[in-house]
Design a protein around this ligand. Structure first.
Ligand code: ZN
Length: 98
């Protein structure tokens, strides 16, 4: 079992992504964490909200493997979840007259 992260950086979303951890949208224009890793020879990129990534600082590899988006949302502090949801607000259509 090998696991290595090649890149971990904060980038600005040029289009909407989905958070690897909470499964909520990472909306266009916000900054998110992009982590490129190799696990047993397989390359993958995880995109995460900065707030979500912060809650994983104490995680070990087992926590990452066992991670479940639904449980993660339960685990997120209410204020972080509110912030993540607030970030989506600009994309919600507000004009219902059409
Ligand atoms: Zn997230």
């Amino acid at each position: 079992m090998s696991y290595a992260c090649l890149e971990n950086k904060i980038v600005k979303a040029r289009k909407q992504h989905r958070c690897y951890l909470c499964d909520l949208p990472i909306v266009k224009g916000i900054k998110y964490i992009r982590r490129a890793c190799v696990e047993d020879g397989d390359f993958f990129t995880a995109k995460m909200h900065q707030q979500c990534e912060m809650t994983t600082k104490a995680w070990d590899l087992g926590d990452w493997e066992a991670h479940d988006s639904y449980e993660f949302r339960e685990y997120l502090a209410p204020e972080i979840l509110a912030e993540v949801k607030a970030e989506q607000t600009p994309q919600v259509p507000t004009d219902f007259s059409k």
